[in-house]
Design a protein around this ligand. Structure first.
Ligand SMILES: [Zn+2]
Length: 318
């Protein structure tokens, strides 16, 4: 075992689809190629979007695909006390403040400056990229107002990091995002806080995930350091687009669940979406549909070959 710890962290808002499998496979292969651990974390912190039973279904899908995780599964919905402690740590250090602003007030404040897009969605990854918080409550709540949400006082400066897929990145978080929410007005924990706290708690050294989260990375690194942590290395793999609509395959865009009658076909599609050449395996589709032990052998052979090719491309020789 190396010191590498990776993770796959799906939100249980529906079953895995072809897009989420690409992220799962990439993070699995990177962990195995480093002889590291691969953990599974269920990101069910956004309870209104959680679908009952989807977590167990995702776990079944991963097992069916031969993507076996190490150790115990972590559920974010059970970690309220840990997130509360992190919030209090930040408050004690002066990095937290209460915010009374409504979504509409923030949009209006921003409309005076740069052009803003329509304000949509919740505080989900990426959705607040286009509406930096104008800092209204930074120096204290307006008279007669009380705190709805809790925000991080983002320090000035440019955050730079290397993405193992996308290359050098930089963002002025204070300018591009502003003081972002850690605890939402509806009382839920923000994704950004939960993910940073949990990556540290699980000893994650390497994050491999979809490119839709690249835009969240700089603020997560800022938050990690304010909590006294070393931010993990990151690799953001390309998203799978719907051939018909050109949109990102996602649960929100109604991507169909994976067809697991032919797990090798599902794995092959994800593998080639990562830019690799096909892997030739013995056996016809008829044989593949036969005994499940034969199928498990084929899946193991596929993943072993994929791990070797991944290592050759992404793991520097020592
Ligand atoms: Zn405010």
């Amino acid at each position: 075992m190396s010191s590498y710890t990776g993770r796959f962290a799906p939100s249980p808002s529906g079953p895995l689809h072809a897009g989420s499998l690409v992220a799962a496979l990439a993070s699995y292969l990177d962990a195995r190629a480093h002889h590291g651990r691969w953990l599974l974390r269920i990101e069910d912190v956004d309870t209104p979007r959680t679908v009952a039973g989807a977590d167990r279904f995702i776990m079944q899908q991963l097992s069916c695909l031969g993507l076996h995780w190490d150790g115990e599964v972590m559920w974010q919905s059970q970690r309220h006390a840990v997130y509360q402690a992190a919030l209090e740590q930040l408050q004690g250090a002066g990095y937290l403040y209460g915010c009374a602003c409504t979504r509409r007030e923030i949009a209006l404040a921003n409309a005076g400056g740069r052009a803003t897009r329509a304000v949509t969605g919740l505080d989900t990854p990426g959705s607040d990229d286009e509406r930096p918080y104008p800092g209204t409550c930074r120096e204290g709540l307006p008279g007669g107002r009380s705190a709805r949400a809790w925000r991080l006082r983002v320090p000035a400066g440019i955050e730079r990091f290397d993405d193992r897929w996308a290359g050098p990145q930089q963002q002025d978080v204070a300018l591009a995002v502003g003081d972002f929410v850690l605890r939402r007005a509806d009382g839920l924990w923000a994704y950004q806080l939960a993910v940073v706290v949990d990556d540290a708690a699980q000893g994650v050294t390497d994050i491999v995930r979809g490119a839709d989260l690249l835009g969240s990375t700089a603020r997560q690194r800022v938050l990690a350091r304010l909590l006294g942590q070393t931010p993990p290395r990151v690799m953001h793999v390309p998203l799978v687009l719907d051939r018909r609509t050109g949109l990102k395959l996602s649960k929100q865009n109604h991507a169909p669940a994976l067809d697991l009658h032919d797990p090798i076909a599902a794995l092959s599609d994800a593998w080639q979406a990562l830019g690799f050449d096909p892997i030739a395996l013995p056996g016809t589709p008829a044989l593949r549909a036969g005994a499940s032990t034969a199928m498990q052998t084929l899946i193991r052979a596929f993943l072993a070959e994929a791990t070797a090719r991944w290592a050759a491309r992404f793991v520097p020789a020592r």
